[in-house]
Design a protein around this ligand. Structure first.
Ligand SMILES: Nc1ncnc2c1ncn2[C@@H]1O[C@H](COP(=O)(O)OP(=O)(O)OP(=O)(O)O)[C@@H](O)[C@H]1O
Ligand SMILES: [Mg+2]
Length: 254
């Protein structure tokens, strides 16, 4: 069953008639099934962030339709969209985006607080996700008191509290050292395998991508290649590297 279905997505930044406009996406058809864990890779400027921000309702496409969980998000107004994002989608960004004035637990339940959920329900949910990712010991700390890896694991917890239809991540390991990146990717893997959460992640990082079930390469605003995981993670890692090399050519700046 598909969770996300996008058809003929294009995005032009700036006035289409002007020479200074940029065609960031060039007719992308895209489908994500329930329980998938997909990485989007591609050279810098190929349109990865634009694609994810359109698919998650942050940016409006120039043309095309997007259906998530049976809802046409491209037809929603700004208010409906904001509500849908808060209630039905999870987000993890490169910069963690935790509020410094709130504890880790308060940050994690923030989406539920905004939705005015009952306190007992919020506490139970926070306990559940913090236990899943093994960060109960930092529940009462503030973001500036913990490591980047721990902050990102808290952000992963926050993305899950509303039982989202799917989770979007843009370069979630971009600011992390390799040990923290490993811990964060294991959290994503766990939420995909144990909670069957559907995840779409943009990354430059072959190591991070090797945790996924599928990698989609985009280049010049188009889908170029799709590779499914088989064998061990190490084997998949090597295959992703090979695909990058084959695709890279003279513009290989992955
Ligand atoms: N807000 C914007 N206004 C104008 N042009 C933009 C804007 N955002 C992105 N672009 C352009 O659209 C193209 C795709 O950008 P995008 O950020 O989606 O690439 P990316 O694949 O995420 O790159 P990176 O790997 O560097 O993050 C680029 O040419 C970029 O300069
Ligand atoms: Mg980007």
């Amino acid at each position: 069953m598909s969770v996300l279905e996008a058809k003929q997505i294009t995005k032009i930044y700036g006035d289409a008639k002007s020479e200074s406009s940029t065609k960031a996406l060039n007719g992308i058809d895209f489908r994500v099934d329930e329980g998938e864990f997909v990485a989007i890779m591609g050279p810098s400027g190929s349109g990865k962030s634009t694609l994810v921000s359109i698919l998650s309702g942050i940016t409006e496409p120039t043309t095309g339709s997007i259906d998530i969980g049976g809802k046409r998000i491209d037809q929603m107004d700004r208010f409906e969209m904001a509500l849908f994002r808060r209630r039905s989608l999870g987000f993890v960004f490169q910069e963690f985006n935790l509020l410094d004035s709130l504890t880790i637990k308060e940050n994690i339940i923030l989406p539920m607080v905004l939705d005015k959920k009952e306190t007992t329900k919020m506490n139970a949910k926070a306990a559940e996700v913090m236990k899943l990712f093994d960060i109960e010991n930092i529940a009462d700390k503030y973001p500036y008191e913990i490591s980047g890896g721990q902050q990102q694991r808290a952000a992963v917890c926050r993305s899950l509290v509303n039982d989202p239809v799917m989770v979007f991540a843009d370069e979630p390991t971009g600011n992390l050292d390799s040990k923290s990146a490993n811990a964060v990717m294991n959290c994503f893997k766990k939420m995909n395998e144990e909670k069957n959460t559907t995840i779409l992640m943009v990354t430059h990082d072959v190591f991070a991508a090797s945790f996924c079930k599928k990698v989609i390469f985009i280049k010049d605003g188009r889908i170029y290649l799709e590779v499914a995981s088989k064998g061990t993670r190490k084997e998949f890692f090597n295959r992703i590297l090979d695909c990058q090399a084959a695709l890279g050519g003279e513009n290989n700046d992955f």
